[in-house]
Design a protein. Structure first.
Length: 429
């Protein structure tokens, strides 16, 4: 499609402004807080997003510039010859080609560093890869300084054609109209917020926090010193701070004397008292639950009893229900005692009907120990013990705790035998 409206071509910024615009947008549009205790997948996603976002901004901005400038093959022969005479057709094509190459290089850099970020194992390495990726992208754009400056000159010449003669023809605008426009512009500027400026300028917006400083223009953007005239800026004290502090203390004493901070307990009604008591009970219960949770965490490391070995007391259950404000009639819970007695009776029926508890204990005590079962005589038992000791000799030589010990001891620990020996203690290297 032919493009003859040269005034709609986007302004071509300088290389430095181009980089500042993209980095400022990356800083404003992406998250800025990450901590080392986050999951490594979250840290990788944080820095990968920054790299991809910066690459996409570079790509879109360069593509917009390339599309805005007309292609010589699609232009009318008159404009094509004019461009060739004024700016050299080859130079014009070379400048646009350099921008297209820069766009592809930025895409390749982003692809390579995103691939490397997938294998980064710490926040520091992710941050280093992100800085390297953004640095290489900015370096590629800074090398296009001459091409961008040349295209801006072409744009200005195309958008503002020279008049046929050198006579100025200023427009005639009444002074009242000019004053009204100026006043409207001043009111608009006063009401305009940073958000409005960002929406108006778009990608060209750069956040400037120092433009409202009450300083001269030439001193407004100077670095703030830590020490000035031998005094620490952070320790600067207002000369009237003592006077203001004394005035505040006098006002506070007057308020305390008037009883401003005293609480009137008589105004507390029954509902407020119940709410306060309930809140205190909830706080106490939370504290108890917190302590119980800590005890459970400690007990989790110790062996646990099976559920069948735990006993439940009916009185304890009734007491806990009463603490929660529930009235329990123990006569209605008699089924628990009956079920327990019935279960005990059923459990007793599992014994053989023709034996007594005494005979059952005698039978269990008459069982042969495991180390003697399957052994014919004492000589065979002695031989079995000797073979067991021989089988454990190799494990004992390696310092094994038993047959299930698979730990491999480190003969030369890394932290004690790596690095250069310097002057000082030799117990750490």
């Amino acid at each position: 499609m032919s493009h003859y409206n040269f005034k709609k071509i986007t302004v071509v910024p300088t290389a430095k402004d181009f980089v500042d615009i993209i980095l400022s947008k990356t800083q404003r549009k992406t998250p800025t807080v990450v901590h080392k205790h986050y999951k490594i997948s979250r840290i990788r996603a944080f820095y990968t997003r920054k790299v991809k976002f910066t690459q996409q901004n570079f790509h879109d901005r360069i593509q917009q510039l390339i599309q805005d400038f007309p292609k010589l093959d699609e232009l009318h022969p008159f404009y094509s010859d004019l461009l060739n005479v004024l700016y050299d057709k080859d130079h014009y094509k070379l400048a646009l080609g350099q921008l297209n190459i820069a766009k592809n290089l930025v895409d390749n850099v982003s692809k390579d560093y995103v691939r490397m970020l997938k294998y980064a194992d710490s926040l520091y390495r992710c941050k280093c890869l992100k800085r390297a990726a953004l640095g290489r992208m900015c370096t590629i754009m800074l090398k296009q300084r001459q091409s961008l400056a040349y295209l801006e000159q072409v744009r200005l010449h195309l958008a503002q054609p020279q008049p046929r003669d050198s006579k100025p023809r200023p427009p005639c605008i009444p002074k009242a109209v000019l004053q009204k426009r100026r006043s409207e512009q001043m009111e608009t500027d006063k009401r305009k917020l940073e958000r409005d400026l960002e929406a108006e300028l778009g990608d060209d917006y750069i956040l400037d926090l120092k433009k409202h400083y009450d300083l001269p223009e030439e001193e407004r953007y100077d670095d703030i010193p830590e020490v000035w005239n031998g005094h620490n800026i952070a320790d600067y004290v207002d000369p009237e701070i003592e006077k203001k502090l004394a005035q505040i203390e006098v006002e506070e004493e007057a308020l305390e004397t008037a009883g401003f901070y005293e609480e009137d307990e008589s105004e507390e009604d029954d509902e407020a008292r119940d709410i306060r008591e309930t809140a205190e009970a909830i706080r106490a219960k939370k504290k108890v639950m917190h302590l119980q949770s800590r005890v459970k965490k400690r007990a989790a490391r110790n062996p646990r009893l099976p559920r069948t070995a735990k006993t439940s007391d009916l009185d304890t259950l009734c007491a806990s229900m009463a603490e929660r404000g529930m009235e329990v009639d123990q006569s209605q819970l008699s089924f628990a005692e009956r079920s327990r007695s019935q279960s005990d009776a059923r459990r007793a029926l599992k014994r053989r009907r023709d034996e007594t508890p005494a005979t059952s204990r005698a039978r269990s005590s008459s069982r042969v120990p495991r180390d003697q079962s399957g052994v014919r005589d004492e000589a065979q038992a002695t031989k079995a013990r000797k073979l067991a000791k021989l089988s454990m000799r190799q494990k004992n030589m390696h310092g094994k705790a038993g047959e299930a010990d698979r730990h491999i001891h480190e003969k030369k620990p890394k932290h004690l035998f790596s690095g250069k020996r310097k002057s000082g203690k030799t117990q750490r290297r």
